[in-house]
Design a protein around this ligand. Structure first.
Ligand code: ZN
Length: 673
């Protein structure tokens, strides 16, 4: 492993800057730590709130990631008080958390790592902890003791598996006392600690030990492939196969709460999925207890019939819970987080796309560890009882309970058509603010990409995928809905919005214009709704469609023949869908806006000019004219329409279907009746 330390870059850094520097170096290497894993610390003199100089332990807090950490992500604790905990024979998890809280120098600091006491009990100034792949490839073997003797005994202490928290901190401290010249500890089926008088020393020991493990693994040439016979499947084929199964899979795992799905099929994962013995190794357990909350105790490795296998996994999980539970515990959801499917690859589940991808990243490293451990020896994990204890560890559950409540559209997937401007864009932004995952479609490639970028900047996550989509074209529509499945696993909401206006009197209207209006304003809605309903039916979790129509459906205006007639067809279609699919929990509603300008492309300069002429007013007076025309004398914006659509998209409108909601400031001729 590359030693990334630079004396030049660190020459003028303070002690705390060095802590951040070395933590980031560790975080940079995904072979050392992944997504919030690992922790680092420093011991130094600091002033408390009374100005007294005291010894402080600065340790990484929960919820931050080493690769991007800042000083504020570290919790300062009174070292003298932490060290005193070593005198305790026992300490429950709750007592330990309470103890750590009382030692905090700054009560507003992040929650200190559950491995804090281990950092405190080691008398060196710098301590680093990782779950390095190469180390886990060795700690998770049957003959770990022999390998340890050969590789690490002269520098490191060995700590047999013990649950993280107070017992592990004491065990490491005890082992250190026996070998005070040791430079770190190898933790069976867990990871590695290194320490030193400087950040550089501790970091370099980490790199040295991991490299030693890597070199050891490299020396082995397996006689036979570690997972038995295997075959390859092209990425295209894997994707095709995934498209076939994803909506049904999402429905099956989403009976209690919805999940977002992520699919990945790099060659090493597919090789594992198609292998003879992957199903045996993968059931032995995770490589470190730290991965348990992301990947569960084992993946679902499917054989011939993935549906039956998934049902069996759910039943087995319930039985596993029943075996070890006590009366105070509640069953966590019985679904796997990782599914390995031959000819498909890996599917991971999460509350959002980020957590689904994190589970995938972690499992890809786990496959590598399986491979290496089985090459040098035989892969092993901790016992099922220990796994249960970790999975239902009150501290893990407590951590989950601290997460903020989920937003209205978290775990949901929507497709919005005509999303590059106007109402479509405003809806996409509004849904994203509520945590919705989005596929946004438009014929204008450059503009739809910009909207996706804007959503990313505002909502901070990769929850939006732009697609170039022509709603009048059957293939293009199919592809766009396929994108929703590929990106997130399925669909919950369709906002059928794309539309065009074509103001002409009937005699001035060409057949081509008439048909174009029907292609976009009627056929487009049919094609999109049909694809959405197919996915909804397969998922079997209900569904929701909002059609953006117009006030003209109720009250047409002159020169809008092609537009109003096609939009009336759209509204009729919406009502028929509500009738046909209500029994499946599929809701369908209509929004009728009027005179929404904003950045709408419906109101092109030509349309504006034409409308101004029709009303006998100057173009500049058009918005004012429409404002005065409605009962509230108000201007209707895309954001106003988006609010109404949001209401119809969420469970707040759970009992509403086949309904028309006007967003027009009140136009009495257009009241639904
Ligand atoms: Zn750990």
């Amino acid at each position: 492993m590359k030693n990334r330390w630079s004396d030049q870059e660190t020459a003028s850094l303070s002690k705390t800057e060095l802590l951040v520097y070395s933590s980031r170096l560790i975080g940079l290497e995904d072979q050392l730590v992944l997504w919030g894993g690992g922790n680092t610390s420093i011991k130094l003199q600091q002033q408390d709130h009374l100005g007294r100089s005291i010894r402080v332990l600065l340790v990484k807090g929960s919820g931050s990631d080493l690769k991007s950490c800042q000083l504020k992500d570290f919790a300062p604790l009174r070292l003298e008080e932490l060290v005193a905990a070593e005198l305790h024979e026992e300490m429950t998890d709750e007592a330990m958390v309470d103890y750590l809280n009382r030692c905090l120098v700054n009560p507003k600091s992040p929650r200190p790592s559950i491995e804090t006491l281990m950092h405190a009990f080691i008398p060196y100034d710098h301590v680093d902890h990782t779950h390095a792949d190469a180390i886990l490839s060795i700690t998770n073997t049957k003959n770990i003791h022999k390998i340890f003797e050969k590789l690490f005994a002269q520098d490191m202490v060995f700590v047999p598996y013990i649950k993280p928290g107070f017992p592990l901190a004491r065990a490491v401290a005890k082992a250190f006392k026996k070998s005070p010249r040791s430079r770190g500890a190898i933790l069976e089926k867990h990871g590695i600690f290194t320490w030193g008088n400087s950040a550089k020393e501790s970091y370099q020991t980490m790199i040295e030990m991991v490299t030693r493990a890597e070199d050891y693994v490299k020396n082995f040439r397996p006689n036979q492939p570690p997972f038995g016979k295997t075959s390859s499947t092209t990425a295209d084929q894997c994707q095709q196969n995934y498209l076939e199964i994803a909506p049904k899979l999402r429905g099956m795992v989403g009976k209690i709460q919805k999940f977002i799905l992520n699919h990945s099929c790099p060659p090493d994962v597919v090789e594992f999925a198609n292998s003879e013995r992957g199903n045996v190794i993968s059931q032995k357990g995770p490589a470190t207890p730290d991965h348990l909350s992301r990947t569960k105790k084992s993946c679902l490795f499917t054989q011939k019939d993935w549906v039956k296998d998934l049902e069996k996994y759910q039943r087995d999980y319930e039985a596993y819970f029943a075996r070890y539970q006590d009366a105070t515990m509640k069953l966590q959801d019985a679904n796997p987080r990782v599914l390995i499917i031959p000819q498909v690859g890996m599917v991971t589940l999460g509350k959002d796309i980020k957590s689904a991808k994190i589970a995938g990243d972690i499992y890809q490293h786990t496959i590598d560890i399986f491979k290496n451990a089985s090459t040098i020896d035989e892969y092993e994990s901790i016992s099922e009882r220990d796994l249960f204890e970790m999975e239902y560890w009150p501290l893990e559950l407590y951590k989950l309970s601290l997460a903020p409540p989920e937003r209205d559209l978290a775990r949901h997937i929507a497709l919005v058509t005509g999303a590059a401007s106007g109402i479509g864009k405003a809806v996409a932004l509004r849904l994203a603010e509520e945590g919705c995952h989005l596929v946004i479609g438009d014929v204008d490639e450059a503009r739809i990409r910009n909207v996706a970028q804007e959503i990313k900047e505002r909502c901070g996550q990769d929850l939006c995928v732009p697609v170039v989509m022509d709603v009048t074209n059957e293939d293009s529509v199919k592809k766009a809905f396929g994108q929703a499945i590929l990106a997130f696993g399925g669909l919950d909401i369709l906002i059928s919005n794309a539309g065009i206006a074509m103001p002409r009197s009937i005699t001035d209207l060409s057949l081509e214009e008439w048909e174009k209006s029907f292609a976009v304003n009627a056929r487009g809605h049919f094609l999109c709704a049909r694809e959405a309903i197919k996915i909804f039916k397969t998922q079997n979790m209900g569904g929701n469609i909002v059609f953006v129509a117009t006030k003209n459906v109720m009250a047409p205006g002159k020169d809008f023949g092609a537009y109003s007639a096609a939009k009336a067809a759209e509204a009729q279609l919406a009502k028929v869908i509500a009738i046909e699919y209500g029994h499946l929990g599929i809701r369908t509603n209509i929004v009728n806006p009027d005179a929404v300008f904003g950045d709408s492309r419906l109101w092109s300069e030509t349309v504006k000019k034409e409308r101004a002429e029709a009303h006998g007013i100057p173009v500049e007076g058009l918005e004012e004219f429409y404002r005065k025309r409605n009962l509230l004398h108000t201007q209707v914006t895309p954001r106003d329409v988006a609010e109404a659509i949001l209401f119809l998209s969420t469970n707040r409108s759970a009992k509403i279907t086949g309904c028309t909601l006007t967003v027009d400031g009140g136009v009495k001729e257009a009241f639904p009746r």
